[in-house]
Design a binder for this molecule. Sequence first.
Ligand SMILES: CC(C)(COP(=O)(O)OP(=O)(O)OC[C@H]1O[C@@H](n2cnc3c(N)ncnc32)[C@H](O)[C@@H]1OP(=O)(O)O)[C@@H](O)C(=O)NCCC(=O)NCCS
Length: 142
Amino acid sequence: MEIRSPKTTSEWEEYYDLRYRILREPWKQPRGSERNEGDATGMHFGLYDSNQLLGILRLDSMEIGISQIRFMAVETSNQGKGIGENLMLFAEEISKNRGDKKIILHAREIALGFYEKMGYQLIEKSYLLFGEIQHYLMEKNI
Ligand SMILES: CC(C)(COP(=O)(O)OP(=O)(O)OC[C@H]1O[C@@H](n2cnc3c(N)ncnc32)[C@H](O)[C@@H]1OP(=O)(O)O)[C@@H](O)C(=O)NCCC(=O)NCCS
């Protein structure tokens, strides 16, 4: 098992494909909707098991001392096996090592319990995605 950025063109395709299939396709969003302008500047991480991509996240640098975790997704058949937790801990370490004091994220309602387990505190209700997926601002001091 290793956590690293995708390297080759086909690894990058796989990375965005996983993001699309888990976070966009179930809501019938078009291909391409899984990407945004922050992809150019964020840090991208994938958890690979024997070179098979099982989970992903993006770590964005916000204002000084604050990072944001975005587009966190684990392959459906591999959820509940610690992959999300490993990715979060890895991103937190990177963030801490670059001097951040806090990580924020906008959690889908369904994932609130996961982030609470990871030590994130619920701050407030934030935005509604696709008119139905309620998000909540959460944060953790690191
Ligand atoms: C939410 C998600 C990222 C969690 O990753 P995961 O690899 O399945 O989670 P882990 O196996 O690392 O779980 C770590 C702990 O959180 C718990 N947990 C995981 N998902 C949970 C959830 N949705 N609600 C409550 N608890 C959850 C696990 O039971 C585990 O607890 P334990 O340590 O007591 O056993 C993943 O399930 C996923 O991609 N879901 C669909 C997409 C999504 O909702 N992404 C988040 C967008 S904000």
